[in-house]
Every structure is written in structure tokens, then in C-alpha cells.
Design a protein around this ligand. Sequence first.
Ligand SMILES: [Mg+2]
Length: 375
Amino acid sequence: MDLDQKITAMKLWHLSLPVLSRRDHGIGTVEGACEIIVVSLTSEGGHVGWGEASPWSVFTGSPEASFAALDRYIRPLVVGRRIGDRAAIMGDAARAVAHATEAKTAVDTALLDLTGQILNTPAWALLGGKCRETIPLSVSIADPDFDNDRRLLDRLVEDGVGIVKLKAGFKDHAFDTMRLNALAKDYPTLSVRVDFNQGLSIDEAPSRVADIAEFEPDFIEQPVRHTQFAMMARLREMLKVPLLADESVFGPEDMTRAVQEGICDGVSIKAMKAGSLSRAQEVAKMAAANGLSAYGGDMFEAGLAHLAGTHMIAATPEITLGCEFYQARYFLKQDILETPFPVKDGQVIVPNDPGLGIKPDIDRLNHAAVTKVAA
Ligand SMILES: [Mg+2]
């Protein structure tokens, strides 16, 4: 059988990708460049599958940790194994190294891409089949200089993007209300979400969040630190708009606790948090089964991670609130894919070609690499 082929090689690239603007979040800043790890797996027959780990040191972990998890701990579990044994390989990876969810998702993505190419079928077909052709795109507004974001907002409206997420809580409250007033007045067609990225202290969260709720955003996300489940539950009780959890919910285990403790009305689903595409789907299904909504979030990603997320969401009907795969088009100076990540009229287009559907540009990988390892 084709999927009995062994994986003969695994290559890694640690990339530094220059970005167009500074982005501030409640828990930290990205400026200059973002760092990702790209992994390739080669089959006996010569197919090459691709995956991406997109860590952020203040959120999921460092790029160095992702690289080491892949190079030292996961590599021996992958090279020499059969391509068809994806579930077994991922189970072994879960046991071999704690956390490192982005590294595990990168390998899962590469295995899925390889399987799809060999079977001549798109990745979404391997994740349960397609429930949508397009996914509404949300772009985040996070520049400390709002005039820069105004230029971005003008471009988004022109491009047909209908959703923005205001990153809040990294400066004072007046800065957040000024921007929300400007969005309402100057960009009335945009649907607005607000994300504090854990930026508020326990003392200030109730009053600041209640004030932001007066603007009636679609939802308010993760105002306090990820461990503050009791405060999340209190804010949810108090608010008249939905409260979403992001950093508090990585995988299905956290989702169980989030439901038990009533901390949110919805959840941000990210493959980079969950540790595999299947686990991300599981979080979404658990949310829906408990009456909670879900959207497809992301980290500071390049096109390969966007593609993985797109196939996952295409095959997950429970993710109803769109996606945030905007970095390839609106944040990176240059993405890593051979052809642009597909976005049209404010919608991500689900690819139908085998595997992930688009390959990275290898010259670009080699050019942007801080470290390369092949074996
Ligand atoms: Mg978030």
C-alpha cells in the first residue's frame, strides 16, 4: 500500500521573517520579525510533506524550544516510520515531550500533507470532509500608532474584509475607547471584536471590560491571565456581550475545565495550541456540544500554518466565526509560499489540490533561515 512507505528524511528550518509593522498585545510585542520553524518529511517514493510551527515565546513557547522538540525528541519517532501511522506517531510525540504543541502540530501537518499528496486528495478530505468553500477573514488592529492602523483599515475595507479584531489593554483605557469610537464612526461596515490578550490585572478588569462592552463588540476575548479561571467566570456572568477564551484553552483537557467552570461563551481554536489538527477539531466539537461558539485563531504564522488551519476549519462545521489567517497577506513582508495564500473579497479560499495545496518556496526558506538541519 502507498501509505506503507517509510519516511526517509526530516529537515528543519528556523526562519526569521521580517514584518511590516509593530504589533502590541496585552502580553507582549512583536517588532522587526517573527520566527517560525518549518519541517519537511520525505517519503521513500520522493514526495515531500510540509508543516510549520508558529510559536510565540510569551504565549505558547519559544522558537528554540519548538526547534529542539522537533530535532531532538520528535525526529527519532518519525524517521523510518510508515506514513500511514500518523495517529501512532502523534501519540508517541505527545508522550516524548511535554507541551511543545506547535512542534507537534508541525509534524502532524507534514504527515497530513504527505498523505494527501500520495493519495492525491486534499488535506480537508483526510480531516472529515469539507463543510465550506470559504472562511470569513478577521484582521487584527494592534499597532501602537493608530494612524498606521488607519491605513491598514482603509486597505481592508477596499479589499472587502468585513471583520477586524481590536487588540486592547496594551496601553491605557482611553486609547482603547478612542479606537473603538473611531472604528464605529469611520468604519461602520466593519464587524468589531476585542481581544485583551491577558493584558488586564484582576483589579482593573471588571470596570474596563464593562466599559468596552458598552461598544457592543461581537465578543470580548481573554481579558485576564490564562490561569484566572475564576475571574473569567465572573466577567462572563457580568457581561452583556459574549466572553471568549483563548490563552486559557489550549487543548481538549482545558476545554473540559473551561466548560465545568463556566469561563466563556466561546473559544479560539488554534492548531498551534492544541498539538495537532485533530485535537483542534476536538476542542471545537466539545465547545459546540456544550453550547459554546468557536472561531479559528492563529499565532504569528506564515502561509504553511495558515493552510493547515484552513483545511482544519474547512472540515470542522463547529467553527462558525471565521478565521484570522491574515499575516501572510497583511503582516509579513514576504510569505514563504510559492503562490500567495488564497484570500479574495475578505474570504480565505479553501484549496482543493492534493495535501495542503500549496508548497513553500525553498529558496525563500534557505534565504530566511537562521538555522537549518537536515537528516
Ligand atoms: Mg486571542
